[in-house]
Design a binder for this molecule. Structure first.
Ligand SMILES: NC(=O)c1ccc[n+]([C@@H]2O[C@H](COP(=O)([O-])OP(=O)(O)OC[C@H]3O[C@@H](n4cnc5c(N)ncnc54)[C@H](O)[C@@H]3O)[C@@H](O)[C@H]2O)c1
Length: 327
């Protein structure tokens, strides 16, 4: 299949591109390299284009005529979105609208979207399934939900098959440390930030909130190995052959892990203590969120295979063996 991947030079995108190529698909990447890395893309063409610039993106679609589009390109920090709401709407919503307009123009048949558990905000019941009410607590989560609805409208109008994949927390790296997450000083994801603190590259790891109603007071999340996530994209893309439109699908492991449990696992893997300091809860940061991933299994035969130890071990190996990952 000819698959155009936006944001393919980023963390989840680059693992997915690698899997798509291994499965024999013909892949083209569109990315402005704002957080992505050129070196993460090997074996396919990379067009350095901003998804907000429809004039520059148009010729890429016209020339490649994708049969499918996987749309990763976005800004992804809930906290940052509270500070810079207009850029988040511009990149995430206007950018997605541009991608959809070009899909319609070039008659792409399938569309897979990187949505997020942020659309649920703080779920009333965990594990949370796709029937739960949508209540984003940040502009970031709001942009993801708006995109889901735009995609559904386009699909209804054009007959395009689609899936809105609501990821929980992607983490981990390749077993051989050939690919991973680039996490400089501006990183906000817990695991890379914890690794930085453990290596002395940051003074402390700040735990935002230790007074949540959880087993140790810290926030509960569902960490999913990026390799599992990448595999899910290939499975869903191919599975859309049979399924016409499938709406939202959770991608998580279905296990809750607290901030302190993640730090304990890192200590076990690295043999080092992580310096920590507690801080106030952050706005837009739910206290608990973990997935019921049953729909992904029943619809696409997909379930996450890799456990927390593997997630933390591969992340530690990647960051310690590829110093550029921490720049
Ligand atoms: N990582 C997670 O835990 C997680 C969880 C839920 C949802 N998501 C979603 O998954 C997607 C990928 O996340 P990621 O962790 O790989 O992030 P990432 O920042 O590593 O990747 C995003 C990619 O999009 C590119 N990009 C950003 N703005 C662009 C623009 N205007 N034009 C073209 N390219 C642009 C970046 O350069 C980067 O390569 C995002 O949509 C994110 O919201 C991620």
């Amino acid at each position: 299949m000819r698959v155009l991947v936006t944001g393919g030079a980023g963390y989840v995108g680059s693992f997915t591109v690698r899997r798509l190529l291994a499965a024999g698909h013909d892949v083209v990447v569109v990315d402005n390299l704002s957080t992505g890395r050129r070196e993460a893309i090997q074996g396919c063409r990379l067009h350095i284009v901003d998804i907000r610039d429809i004039e520059s993106m148009g010729p890429v679609f016209e020339e490649f005529r994708p049969e499918a589009v996987i749309h990763f390109a976005a800004l992804k920090s809930s906290e940052e979105s509270l500070r810079d709401i207009s850029t988040y709407f511009d990149v995430n919503v206007t950018g997605t609208q541009n991608v959809l307009a070009l899909c319609a123009r070039t008659e792409a048949e399938r569309f897979v979207f990187s949505s997020s558990c942020a659309v649920y905000g703080t779920p009333q019941i965990c594990p949370v399934d796709e029937t739960a009410p949508v209540r984003p607590e940040s502009p970031y989560g709001e942009t993801k939900y708006l995109c889901e609805r735009m995609i559904a409208s386009y699909a209804q109008a054009t007959g395009m098959r689609y899936a809105n994949l609501r990821y929980f927390n992607a983490a981990g790296a390749a077993d051989d440390a050939s690919l991973g997450e680039y996490a400089g000083p501006a990183a906000t994801q817990l695991l890379p930030v914890a690794v930085r603190a453990t290596l002395g590259l940051a003074p402390t790891l700040r735990i935002f909130g230790d007074d949540y109603p959880t087993r140790d007071g810290t926030a509960l999340r569902d960490y999913i190995h990026v390799e599992d996530l990448a595999q899910a994209h290939v499975r869903v893309l191919e599975g859309l052959q049979e399924l016409h439109q499938c709406g939202p699908v959770n991608l998580g492991r279905g296990h809750s892990v607290s901030v302190r449990e993640l730090i304990d696992t890192l200590r076990h893997v690295s043999g080092k203590d992580t310096p920590v300091a507690t801080a106030a809860r952050r706005p837009g940061d739910p206290g608990l969120s973990w997935a019921d991933p049953g729909l992904a299994l029943s619809r696409f035969g997909w379930r996450a295979e890799l456990d927390l130890d593997r997630i933390v071990r591969t992340a530690w190996n990647w960051h310690t063996s590829v110093p550029a990952s921490l720049e």
